[in-house]
Design a protein around this ligand. Structure first.
Ligand code: HEC
Ligand code: HEC
Ligand code: HEC
Ligand code: HEC
Ligand code: HEC
Ligand code: HEC
Ligand code: HEC
Ligand code: HEC
Ligand code: HEC
Ligand code: HEC
Length: 330
């Protein structure tokens, strides 16, 4: 199909303007545009819409806005690659030297460039912003290059769309895939939220690539009503939401690590919470008993175990602003 490509390069503007996405905003044929396309022709004389992988669709992305002088050419990303260009006649020649920068996630395969070289090529234009803390981040230091998440040749990069982003991450994060399929989850499958609502995968100052500096700052950026300060604070809430909640998914709604009363008894073992299990007296044995059984205590004990357990009475477990709310009951 070389003749067709030639025709396309010769009539580059017509070819590009023929693609629907560009038609609407097709720039007037500036010298800049003509020059940019001529530059790409070094590569597009062989790599065109007939390639079995998407190549030309890059012209329908932000990297294809040739009227913008910051836009990369094929060679800004893949290197000049003179030997590759000179190495033969058309596609299908296996002995052709590889281009200077070949983007592959699996860096053990043939031709893949060192992941640092892959990322540095992109970073050259994308320093700062979300990538302020890329150097030394979990992904950078584990050799996960930009192109492990970004598909720059595709018309729509799946990692930039909420609904399709999780699948990109799940390719490597199987545990989180399993967790988000549990009964209680954040609405990721519905496409209302994405991993990047809580994480900045490019690197952060917080733990676990969290978007904000701490777990609580991340959670309360949406759940503001749990931020406090409360008149009566519940220590673990102010400290770390993930003491009781798991962010990705749980079999205990709402996203709880364990069900009350067990959840609460992990810390409240010495008080009436623990005694609930044995049916012991709530007030420590001072109440009137009938035939050795205290009906009130038994009712209380039952209340501690059934349904919402401790939450039957301690309804405001995140903290209370009521003057009499010390025990989180109102
Ligand atoms: C913004 C940087 C960038 C630009 C500009 C760019 N590429 Fe790529 N190219 C990549 C990345 C990254 C990959 C890896 C696959 C992917 O992410 O889609 C790739 C993959 C390829 C592949 C291999 C396809 C495969 O999946 O095995 C070819 C061939 C290619 N590019 C050719 C070109 C040509 C020709 C141009 C100019 C029209 C170009 N590239 C422009 C970044 C770029
Ligand atoms: C004369 C034809 C020709 C030209 C010009 C050419 N290539 Fe290639 N390119 C090939 C062939 C052939 C292959 C191997 C394709 C295959 O294995 O299917 C290839 C493969 C590639 C690959 C995939 C490498 C890999 O190992 O996966 C990339 C990326 C690429 N070319 C980019 C470019 C870029 C960028 C330019 C311009 C600087 C360019 N090519 C110019 C013929 C050409
Ligand atoms: C020569 C400079 C240059 C290089 C190299 C470059 N980009 Fe870009 N990139 C741009 C420009 C310009 C934009 C459009 C930004 C804008 O409009 O603010 C862009 C946009 C993007 C976007 C946003 C796309 C969107 O739809 O919002 C992503 C993601 C991106 N680049 C990733 C990459 C990756 C990954 C690489 C390396 C494979 C790379 N870039 C290499 C210049 C570059
Ligand atoms: C682990 C996956 C992952 C890696 C690795 C990754 N990105 Fe991203 N990138 C994302 C996600 C997710 C978004 C969307 C972020 C958002 O919407 O907040 C994004 C958004 C972007 C954007 C558009 C938003 C902006 O900042 O303007 C650019 C540009 C970008 N990435 C460039 C890069 C570059 C350059 C690299 C390599 C140095 C890289 N990314 C590595 C997942 C990744
Ligand atoms: C509601 C916020 C939130 C969302 C959405 C979210 N995460 Fe997390 N993620 C966290 C928090 C908080 C942690 C650290 C605490 C923990 O692991 O329980 C974490 C930890 C992680 C870890 C590290 C786990 C470990 O054991 O060290 C990975 C990997 C991860 N998340 C991937 C993802 C992926 C992939 C997605 C999208 C499918 C995602 N997360 C969506 C909040 C979130
Ligand atoms: C190519 C594989 C790959 C992809 C794709 C990927 N990651 Fe990772 N991620 C890793 C590796 C490797 C680590 C290092 C920790 C580990 O061993 O799990 C990591 C670590 C993390 C961590 C934990 C950081 C820490 O400090 O412990 C989070 C959170 C995370 N990734 C989120 C994401 C999100 C969100 C996406 C999608 C936007 C994503 N990852 C895509 C490979 C990947
Ligand atoms: C980007 C916004 C956002 C962030 C950040 C966020 N959440 Fe959520 N959260 C939501 C949305 C949206 C829902 C679903 C609400 C609904 O369905 O009514 C939700 C629901 C919940 C639920 C109830 C789940 C259920 O089954 O009913 C809990 C618990 C929760 N989040 C805890 C957390 C924790 C802990 C963090 C921090 C690790 C966090 N959230 C971070 C938006 C967020
Ligand atoms: C001591 C354990 C504990 C801690 C710590 C905790 N929660 Fe909860 N959370 C619960 C329990 C128990 C429920 C169920 C409450 C109910 O059913 O009345 C809940 C319910 C929720 C809900 C859903 C119902 C609602 O009230 O909106 C959200 C959202 C939530 N928590 C967010 C958070 C955030 C954000 C943090 C950190 C600031 C946090 N939680 C810390 C125990 C905890
Ligand atoms: C990670 C440990 C931890 C978990 C889990 C926990 N708490 Fe607490 N709770 C505390 C701490 C610490 C205090 C403060 C104790 C103090 O001031 O003496 C407290 C205080 C309280 C108080 C008020 C005590 C007082 O003397 O004013 C009540 C009521 C309470 N918690 C109920 C619950 C309930 C109900 C649950 C389960 C939903 C729960 N807690 C889960 C650690 C925890
Ligand atoms: C039937 C209602 C009820 C249930 C159910 C209940 N509590 Fe209480 N709890 C109370 C009352 C009332 C107080 C206040 C007692 C006081 O002021 O002396 C209290 C006080 C507390 C205190 C403060 C310390 C103390 O002993 O005064 C903690 C901690 C506590 N409850 C934890 C729990 C836990 C954990 C559970 C679940 C296992 C639970 N409660 C179930 C009613 C209940």
């Amino acid at each position: 199909m070389v003749w067709m490509t030639r025709l396309c390069v010769g009539l580059a503007l017509a070819c590009l303007m023929g693609t629907p996405a560009l038609a609407a905003e097709a720039p007037s044929p500036t010298p800049r545009l003509v020059e940019a396309l001529a530059q790409d022709a070094v590569c597009t004389k062989c790599h065109d819409e007939t390639d079995n992988k998407p190549i030309f669709s890059i012209y329908q992305t932000r990297h294809g806005v040739k009227a913008d002088s910051r836009t990369p050419s094929c060679q800004s990303c893949h290197g000049k690659s003179n030997e590759h260009v000179a190495g033969g006649k058309g596609l299908g020649n296996a002995s052709r030297p590889a281009p200077e920068v070949v983007y592959k996630t699996d860096t053990t395969v043939n031709h893949a460039s060192d992941p640092r070289i892959q990322s540095e090529t992109c970073i050259a234009c994308h320093k700062g912003g979300l990538r302020m803390h890329w150097d030394g981040s979990a992904h950078e230091s584990r050799n996960v290059p930009c192109a492990a998440c970004h598909s720059v040749h595709r018309k729509t990069d799946p990692v930039l769309t909420k609904a399709t982003q999780p699948e990109v991450c799940f390719a490597c994060h199987k545990t989180e895939r399993a967790q988000t399929h549990r009964i209680s989850t954040h609405p990721l499958a519905a496409g209302k939220m994405a991993c990047s609502d809580c994480h900045n995968p490019h690197g952060t100052t917080g733990p676990k690539l969290l978007a904000k500096d701490s777990v609580n700052a991340t959670c309360t950026s949406c759940h503001a009503e749990k931020r406090g300060p409360f008149l009566w604070e519940h220590a673990p809430v102010a400290e770390d939401c993930t003491t009781c909640h798991t962010p990705h998914g749980s079999t205990n709604a709402p996203l709880l690590k364990a069900r009350p009363p067990m959840l609460c008894q992990q810390c409240h073992s010495g008080d009436h919470g623990a005694q609930a299990n044995s049916g012991a007296n709530l007030a420590g044995g001072n109440l009137t008993t009938v035939n050795g059984i205290n009906p009130l205590a038994n009712a209380a004990a039952r209340a501690q175990l059934v349904g919402r357990a401790c939450l039957n009475c301690h309804v405001l477990v995140h903290g209370s602003n009521h003057p009499a709310g010390a025990k989180f009951q109102r």
